[in-house]
Design a protein around this ligand. Sequence first.
Ligand code: OFO
Length: 172
Amino acid sequence: MLSERMQRALNEQINRELFSSYIYLAMATHFEEKSLDGFAQWMYGQSQEEYGHAMRILRHVLERGGHVELGAIEAPPAEFGSPLEIFRQALDHERKITGHIHDIYRLAVEERDYAAQSLMEWFVNEQVEEEDTVGRIVDQLDLAGDDRAAILLLDKELGQRPQGGESAPSAP
Ligand code: OFO
């Protein structure tokens, strides 16, 4: 049985994951409009992965007899800067998400909610991986500077990301 507090925290996190999906979708379309198709592919993949994260939490709430309350999703920015600025923005965003995940994990420990702890442990590890991946892209774009050939090479490389994202746990 989920506590009221945990249910609220998980519902808020579902909303954040959907916002993450939305912001990466906006970044993807921006890159595609700029013909940076590799960065666009990478962001579409990231957007799908975030949707999968939202679904993972949503399934957990339902499987524990809780109530899912879907709130409005904030609009992502309408304008974006350079690839470096965009990936820095993504890194800042992931760091904020990590903070929220840690807060929920702490709540699960306080409440001795072992099921939520186990769910959040998955997210804690996922955040380490995401911050590392995005951080590396930021470093590489930083090194590339204004060198267009280097940016195009990186664009090509990121376009190799397999599509489909992390699969969300399926509904019964
Ligand atoms: Fe970007 O990660 Fe979800 O949680």
